[in-house]
Design a protein. Structure first.
Length: 225
C-alpha cells in the first residue's frame, strides 16, 4: 500500500543524548544510570559494515561461464566515529567504560581515569538535526527536526586526543547492536510516530518529527521508569 511520503533536508547537528544501558541493551532507569544531553560534539560519522555475499562462478570445459551468481551482501552493524570539542565527564565515562572521578562533597564528576581491559558499558546515542530550507516547518507552522537514533551502542574505543597550541578534540569509535524491545518504550517513543516500534535487528532509526529535542545541560539526569 502506498503511503504519503515525507521529504526533508537535514543540516547541522544540534543536540546529542547519551543514555546508559545494561548489558542486554535495556535503558537503566533511576539513579543507577545516567542521561546526558550535550551540544559539545563536532561530528558523528556512521559507516555501515557489510559482509560481502558469497560468489559462485564456474566455467565449463570450453571456458564459457556455467554458473555466475553472487549472493546479496549482509549488513552486520554500524561503526560510529564521534568527535567532541566539549568533554562531559559523566558521558565520556559511560561511553569509554572509564571510571569517573567523583570524590569530594558534594559529589562532583571532575574527570575520568581509563584502565586497561575490555570496554563493557553500553549506551544509546541520539542526535537531532535541523531541517533546511522551506521544509523547516510543517504546514501548521511547527518546527521540524531530524531525529537519529542508534539504540544500542558499545565496544567503544578511544581515538586520538592531541594536546597542542590549539583546541583538543576527543574522538571515540563504537559499534552498534540490535536494540532491546524496551528501548522504544523508555526512550524513543516521544520522537517516533505513535505506535511505532524498533525491531531487534534494526540498528539505526531516522525520523522527521516536530517534537523538540531535550534540554541541554552539563549535569547528568536520570531516566524515569
Amino acid at each position: 500500500m502506498a503511503t504519503v511520503s515525507t521529504c526533508a533536508t537535514p543540516i547541522k547537528g544540534t543536540h546529542m543524548r547519551i543514555i546508559e544501558l545494561d548489558a542486554c541493551g535495556v535503558p537503566i532507569t533511576g539513579t543507577s544510570g545516567i542521561v546526558v544531553v550535550t551540544k559539545g560534539f563536532v561530528q558523528v560519522n556512521m559507516e555501515p559494515q557489510y559482509e560481502d555475499g558469497t560468489e559462485f562462478f564456474e566455467r565449463t570445459a570450453d571456458g564459457s561461464a556455467c554458473v555466475n551468481q553472487k549472493d546479496d551482501p549482509t549488513l552486520k552493524r554500524m561503526n560510529l566515529t564521534s568527535q567532541f570539542c566539549e568533554i562531559n565527564t559523566s558521558a565520556v565515562a559511560v561511553m569509554i567504560s572509564a571510571r569517573e572521578l567523583t570524590a569530594g562533597t558534594p559529589t562532583t564528576g571532575t574527570g575520568f581515569a581509563v584502565a586497561e581491559g575490555n570496554p563493557t558499558r553500553r549506551y544509546s546515542l541520539e542526535v537531532w538535526q535541523e531541517v533546511a530550507g522551506a521544509g523547516a516547518c510543517d504546514a501548521s507552522g511547527q518546527q521540524r527536526y531530524i531525529y537519529n537514533a542508534w539504540p544500542n551502542v558499545g565496544a567503544t574505543q578511544l581515538g586520538s586526543y592531541m594536546v597542542e597550541n590549539g583546541r583538543s578534540t576527543l574522538e571515540t569509535t563504537s559499534e552498534t547492536r540490535g536494540p532491546s524491545t524496551q528501548w522504544v518504550t523508555l526512550v524513543g517513543s516521544d520522537y517516533l510516530p505513535a505506535g511505532e516500534t524498533v525491531e531487534t535487528d534494526e540498528h539505526w532509526v531516522w525520523n522527521v518529527t516536530t517534537v523538540a529535542p531535550p534540554t541541554i545541560a552539563c549535569d547528568p539526569t536520570t531516566l524515569a521508569a
